[in-house]
Ligand binder design. Sequence first.
Ligand code: FAD
Length: 490
Amino acid sequence: MQATKYDVVIIGAGTAGLYAALQFDERYKVLLVSKRELSLSNSALAQGGVAAVIDKSSDTYKSHIADTLIAGGYKNDLAALEVLVTEGPADVMRIKEMGVSFDLDSDGRLQMTLEGGHSRRRIVHHKDSTGAEIVKKLAIAVRQKGNVEIWENALAYSLQKDEQSGGFFTGILYKGERHRVFSGYTVLATGGIGRVFQYTTNSAIATGDGIAMAYQLGAQIKNLSLVQFHPTAFSGGSGRERFLISEAVRGEGAVLLNGSGNRFVERYDYRGELAPRDVVSRAILMESKAQGSEDFYLDISAQDADFVKNRFPMIYERCLEEGVDITKQSIPIFPCMHYLMGGINVDTKARTNLTGLYAVGECAHTGVHGSNRLASNSLLEALVFSRRAAQDIILNISMNGYINSCGEAPPEYEFGEKPIPSGLRTEIRQIVQSSYFITPDIKAAAQGIKRIEAIKELLRQPGYALTPDYVEARSFATVAYIILQEVLAQ
Ligand SMILES: Cc1cc2nc3c(=O)[nH]c(=O)nc-3n(C[C@H](O)[C@H](O)[C@H](O)COP(=O)(O)OP(=O)(O)OC[C@H]3O[C@@H](n4cnc5c(N)ncnc54)[C@H](O)[C@@H]3O)c2cc1C
């Protein structure tokens, strides 16, 4: 099969992939691939906003760094964190110039909100649907670029190194056909792994495909079990995807109640409702064990109803659809998987250990978050490090020239017609959830990993049909395997 050639292939078109694509001018031929339509990603679900030190008269880099270190348990990579905090504000202003509309105060200045773990109001936002606004405006900007080809509903299923040129072959299922594309440089921007857990706030695309492909290729994966469980996901519905009740709701005065209607978080941490997420999630888990109940509520009904409706229109409408009027009633909540701190290990230029392969956004481990992400730092991370990846690629090309020629595309896994056995993904989710929900369960992990190894082996057999089910089951098995290995090594 003849491979089409690009200078750069970017796999994933959330904030990280879109912003990376925007850095390349017409000298570079770029392919941007999105597994589903551009509007479906974790980025598009982001509510709270982007944390950045915009107003230096009321905030400092030092304070943002200190807050991030406290939330991250001082396990953060300080060099990467300094890059994030000091370069981030310029990226926020750049996307504003590109058309992203952030809310303004009555003086026409960017309105800042507060979220758990931040000591200052430094979160810029677009109502409570910041991510959707960013994706929409960045996608418009990318579509205007003549040098970036966008393939939507295109599933990247394999990544192979071309030893002859140093470039990569990516296998992509697009419009019902298999394509092999060649690129001198490849940027993985495939997002998180939420769907590998039973309940998650993550979108359907968060299946860890990029992490699994990088792992198969020999890229270093770090801290995949560093997962953030969000304390306040809507628990009233029945689906796997749990609607997030943003941290900003607590920032604006909402309180957490146990099943008896009493506040309890301060008994576990002096910071109460505004403690970092891992602390609040653990407090709920401990209170749940103490009370023998999973009934928990978030209550903002003491605030002015018009303020609540105007500040959180999406949350208000979404809860109303579920039969809860948040201006009058408490919202049923419980923690669930929300964010991946670990991932494909990269340096401050988003380079993996494999020359020419970059990883950005949630699939990457830059080390900025330490052991727990501070709210609203991840969109910032996606912006800063995707720009840096692109800059490094541009510098490399200017120094070493384009990689145009490539060898024969190497053989791939032998696809056939067989569907995968039904229920594999559900089984993997159950194993992961029972082995690791807020705190690890070593016994369950030790049992679970044997079954995961068997599933991995099963999926290695030739003859399965190339379908999203097959690709995602393979990713699930790889991701689950790495997580359980880490849990057992703790
Ligand atoms: C409900 C929710 C609320 C959040 N709120 C905030 C917030 O307020 N502030 C904040 O900073 N962060 C927030 N986050 C986290 C933040 O949204 C994400 O970490 C960030 O958007 C990740 O961006 P990304 O570009 O790395 O990945 P994503 O936006 O998830 O994009 C991943 C892309 O990869 C593509 N992809 C995946 N696999 C393949 C494949 N095999 N082939 C082709 N394409 C593929 C997908 O189609 C998608 O385009 C929130 C997350 C959630 C779930």
